[in-house]
Design a protein around this ligand. Structure first.
Ligand SMILES: NC(=O)c1ccc[n+]([C@@H]2O[C@H](COP(=O)([O-])OP(=O)(O)OC[C@H]3O[C@@H](n4cnc5c(N)ncnc54)[C@H](OP(=O)(O)O)[C@@H]3O)[C@@H](O)[C@H]2O)c1
Length: 266
């Protein structure tokens, strides 16, 4: 089956106003699927939606929402109810870097709402119709940070471990219904959020991050082939090597990589 037959006629991309999410929405449209783009910044979303329909000749809808808002699904449903949604990509994320004890409780709650509760609700709502229809796809963005303890990024890393295991579990549960689920173990990717999250001195010392459109191509090509996936051959090799080591070593490697996020006096 072609991409549209498997995952069309509509996709929903959550967190699509910029960066990787915009690249996902564009990549899906380039394969002939209509797209609902959603994020908080409505002005950017409108531009993304118009540019996608102009370039790829598909239909688009834009929904302004905050995935940290417990009622977000009602707003999204009112737009998607009349549409047959065959693909959902949960790209948005909460972010926090710094000392764990300095993270405000509201930021912790929002991390769980956006990165854990949001994917659960979206999978339950859209997955139910896909399972009934016997076809569809779901992509959940996890991270290399979710593979091992990640100091100065603890709540984010723990939430990304949640996404990884949620997607892998649903891959096994839904494949017999024809629904392809994949957790993406995100490597460093060159997006505005990534650049903004790095202290300039850390960014300057870091090797170039992967281009979002390359990530999107690999993910869309591989959807359904495995429960989780690492984009980029060198990233796959590095993570495989790290995973074969005793548990303490990946945690210490993460600590070294994130040392720049510790307070200066450490
Ligand atoms: N970039 C990396 O290096 C990297 C590495 C590993 C994993 N990942 C994962 O890859 C995904 C993409 O991350 P990214 O850094 O590349 O970001 P991105 O796709 O460049 O941007 C994040 C998108 O999510 C939206 N968003 C954020 N919070 C939202 C909220 N509360 N409600 C609705 N939309 C929201 C943002 O739009 P608005 O601000 O307009 O809402 C934006 O469109 C994330 O799941 C991340 O965990 C990224």
């Amino acid at each position: 089956m072609g991409f549209v037959d498997s995952y069309g006629p509509w996709a929903v991309v959550l967190g699509a106003s910029a960066g990787l999410g915009e690249a996902f929405a564009t990549g899906v449209a380039a394969r002939g699927v209509n797209v609902v783009v959603a994020a908080r910044r409505g002005d950017l979303l409108g531009k993304v939606a118009d540019s996608i329909s102009d370039t790829h000749g598909v239909e688009t809808r834009a929904v302004t929402l905050d995935l940290g808002d417990p009622g977000f699904l009602a707003g999204l449903r009112s737009t998607t109810e009349p549409l047959e949604v065959g693909l959902v990509i949960y790209n948005a994320t909460g972010v926090y870097t710094g000392e764990f004890e300095d993270q405000p409780r509201d930021s912790m709650r929002s991390m769980v709402a956006i990165n854990c509760l949001g994917p659960l609700m979206v999978c339950e709502h859209y997955g139910r119709s896909m399972v009934a229809r016997g076809r569809g796809g779901v992509v959940l963005m996890s991270s290399g940070a979710g593979l091992a303890g990640c100091p100065y990024n603890a709540s984010y890393a723990a939430s990304k471990a949640f996404d990884l295991v949620l997607g892998e579990s649903l891959w096994a549960e839904w494949r017999r219904h024809g629904v392809d689920v994949m957790s993406v173990i995100g490597p460093a990717m060159d997006t505005p959020t990534y650049r903004a999250s790095m202290p300039p001195e850390v960014l300057a010392m870091t090797p170039p991050a992967m281009a979002p459109d390359r990530v999107v191509e690999e993910v869309l090509d591989g959807l359904g082939s495995s429960p989780s996936f690492v984009p980029g051959q060198t990233n796959r090799e590095a993570l495989a090597a790290l995973g074969a080591l005793p548990r303490v070593q990946p945690v210490e490697a993460m600590a070294a990589a994130h040392a720049g996020f510790a307070k200066r006096h450490h």
